[in-house]
Design a binder for this molecule. Structure first.
Ligand code: IVH
Length: 693
């Protein structure tokens, strides 16, 4: 092919791409098709044919790339360059919710009582799935789910099918940042979902339960053609990592509102229901207005989000564990519905806790059909006076277990009996003990109780623990019932032959399960500790323990005093930890797990640190910093991949010193360690994403 021939083809390809994208926008965004389906198909096929015939003309941002990816076996893992944080929820759903957030912000910013009102951006809180889109040189290269905030799943192929998401950033070449991660929500409109469900039913397929599950389920489909058929949409609301290259300072946004405008200019849908407002009253007003508008919105929201507008102030406010201090979610009261209690049964959890559960006549509330509600404990049943046959008000908020709000006493039938917890465990017949002073009743059966064993295994395999994909309820039940697995360590000894004895377990599923178990061996200390299921040790405490002790041996050898050195570990948690490791059986399970090949990188410092601009660098902090709180400086360093330590040695790379830095500063000078100030730290973090969203 001659050079001019190639040029001609290239021109045609560009023309076709622009035209197809234009029709796409008209069809999907404006709901106003500009060509017939047949004409559109013809254009699309011409483009596809040219790209197939001339691979050199292919491009990752061609509209042909939105469809036709291959079916995956599993999603690859993505480490977020900047963690995807969660957002604190204001518990007070009334107007005072906005006031308490504003008061906190003013206090943290040390504003005088007569200082002007703080400027905020108020947005909607979309009820879908958080995703992160990575653009390199303006081209969409990766799309990921939030996962646990540090690591998500690579769902690029599926996100490319979302027509709302630009495959290439719009705008002049000199305004395109070399790197930009856009954060936002993938969601479904209610009307789109209804239409999709009608067609699905006609095809004999299962309908989607609600828009939120629909969005989340579609994005986590291994076959991208399935996601491509679902009516997914996207709203951008923030950014993650970025590199602005040589762009001049004055071209960069200095407020969140400007940032949103910039995202819109790049071609992202940014929801029009947003406002820049001053002070708490205006926030409360937005909350109320959007609450009134909520039923008419085409998509689901579960609240509004307030964000401090100034990016400089956002930096100063920083973070508290995994949540920014500069943002808050102000929810709406959860939806309620009436139904009847058909029975009250008890469940035995992984710690043996026996909880009563109400079986309800099915009722649609909060976007799903509810058939169970937790009753927490006996005292709670008595307080609410729930009896079998009662008419009750139930409520469901977000993903939490539905609960009974109250009983409609007027509708109670005569002779309804009061419920009493059984005196023996319904699963294993062991006695039950009421925890001293507590309201919790536990089965004393421990490992002989199949319910506890199942619970412990499910917890161990959970996404936030060892993350054994596919090891769910049903499978755990089968494995325990067939006596193939008694402890987590037994999982690693399972053989294809043993699995073949299970019902509905094909060769392929068995292979998948064994692979998933094998893959889980490469873990982190934090996940491992969490997976063990120590009482009172949740995910965040497990992470703190891992970070503090660095090695499992060190944790196991720690006494109560040593344990209480860890942030948030008090006497109760310390005792739980000591009790756990004192149990010979637990130590044996741990030894067997390690023998089976479960491992993690051992470090003296932070575990799970994603790679970043400060990877491999150790910092020691001393003195008072001008704007950052010490914890925030630590978080910033660690989220950028660096480590922090309490004492200076030759291994220390930098000492971050503020005012009144004492002996550490001297020691740093003695050892010749580089001393930096806060401004220098900010510079090191600059351009690589210091504004996580
Ligand atoms: S900002 C640092 N803005 O809420 C702040 N989140 O816990 C990060 N969400 O699942 C989030 N609408 O996907 C932000 N306008 C909005 C949002 C929003 C919905 C979701 C988000 C995540 C959760 C945050």
């Amino acid at each position: 092919m001659s050079a001019s021939d190639t040029d001609l083809k290239l021109d045609r390809v560009h023309e076709l791409r622009a035209e197809v994208e234009r029709h796409n926008r008209a069809y999907y965004e404006l709901d106003a098709p500009t060509v017939s389906d047949a004409d559109y198909d013809a254009l699309f096929r011409e483009l596809q044919a040219l790209e197939v015939a001339h691979p050199e003309l292919r491009a990752p941002d061609s509209p042909t790339q939105r469809v036709g990816g291959r079916v995956l076996d599993a999603f690859a893992q993505v480490v977020h360059a900047v963690p995807m944080l969660s957002i604190q929820t204001e518990t007070d759903t009334g107007a005072s919710g906005a006031a308490s957030f504003d008061a906190r912000v003013r206090k943290e910013l040390e504003l005088a009582a007569n200082a002007p009102a703080v400027e905020y951006v108020a947005e909607l809180k979309f009820d879908g799935l958080a995703v992160s889109l990575r653009y390199e040189q303006g081209v969409l290269t990766q799309g990921a789910t939030r996962g646990d905030g540090l690591r998500g799943e690579d769902v690029t192929q599926n996100l490319k099918t979302v027509r709302d998401i630009p495959l290439r950033l719009q705008g002049d070449a000199d305004k395109i940042p070399p790197l930009l991660e856009v954060r936002g929500e993938a969601y479904m409109r209610r009307d789109d979902l209804a239409r999709y469900n009608e067609q699905a039913k006609a095809r004999g397929e299962k309908p989607l339960v609600n828009p939120r599950n629909g969005a989340a389920g579609s994005i986590r489909q291994l076959d991208p053609t399935i996601a491509g058929r679902r009516p997914l949409k996207f709203f951008a609301y923030g950014i993650g990592a970025y590199d602005v290259g040589l762009m001049p300072e004055w071209d960069l946004p200095s407020t969140h509102a400007e940032l949103l405008d910039a995202l819109a200019a790049f071609g992202f849908p940014v929801c029009a229901h947003r406002a820049v407002v001053q002070g708490a009253e205006a926030l409360a007003d937005f909350h109320e207005r959007m609450g009134a508008l909520r039923p008419q919105l085409p998509f689901d929201i579960d609240g509004v989000v307030y964000k401090v507008n100034s990016l400089e102030r956002q930096r100063r406010l920083g973070f508290r564990s995994r949540e920014p201090r500069w943002a808050v979610a102000h929810k709406y009261p959860p939806e309620e519905a009436r139904t009847t209690v058909e029975a009250i049964e008890v469940q035995v959890g992984r710690t043996g806790a026996i909880t009563p559960v109400a079986r309800l006549a099915p009722v649609f509330v909060g976007g799903v059909t509810v058939t169970n509600a937790t009753l927490h404990n006996e005292d709670e049943i008595r307080r609410k006076d729930v009896r079998v046959g009662d008419t009750v008000i139930v409520r469901r908020a977000g993903d939490v277990i539905p609960e009974i709000v109250s009983v409609a006493l007027a509708a109670r039938r005569e002779g309804a009996t009061v419920f009493a917890l059984p005196q023996t465990c319904p699963e294993c017949g062991s006695g039950v003990v009421r925890e001293e002073g507590g309201t919790i009743v536990r089965c004393a059966g421990g490992l002989v109780c199949p319910a506890q064993v199942k619970g412990a295994l499910l917890h161990f395999a959970g996404r936030r623990a060892m993350d054994i994909e596919g090891l769910g309820d049903k499978l755990v039940e089968q494995l325990v019932e067939a006596a193939l697995v008694k402890t987590p360590a037994d999982l690693y000894a399972l053989t294809p032959l043993q699995l073949a004895t299970l019902e509905r377990m094909g060769e392929k599923s068995a292979e998948n399960l064994l692979n998933a178990i094998d893959n889980s061996k490469a873990s982190s200390l934090a996940r491992f500790i969490f997976a063990l299921g120590l009482r009172n040790v949740g995910e965040s405490t497990a992470r703190d323990l891992a970070r503090h002790f660095g090695k499992l041996d060190a944790l196991q050898a720690a006494d109560a005093d040593a344990l209480m050195q860890v942030p948030d570990v008090g006497p109760v948690v310390a005792e739980s930890i000591l009790d756990f490791f004192a149990e010979a059986h637990n130590r044996e399970v741990i030894a067997r797990l390690i023998e089976a090949g479960v491992h993690w990188p051992e470090t003296a410092g932070r575990i799970d640190a994603p790679p970043g601009p400060l990877s491999g660098k150790t910092f020691v902090l001393t003195g008072t910093l001008p704007t950052l709180k010490r914890d925030d400086a630590k978080t910033l360093i660690e989220t950028a991949g660096g480590k922090t330590s309490g004492s200076i040695s030759k291994k220390t790379d930098y000492v971050l010193a503020g005012s009144e830095a004492g002996s550490k500063l001297e020691k740093a000078r003695e050892l010749g360690v580089t001393v930096i100030d806060e401004a220098e730290l900010q510079k090191m973090l600059e351009k690589t994403g210091k504004i996580p969203s």
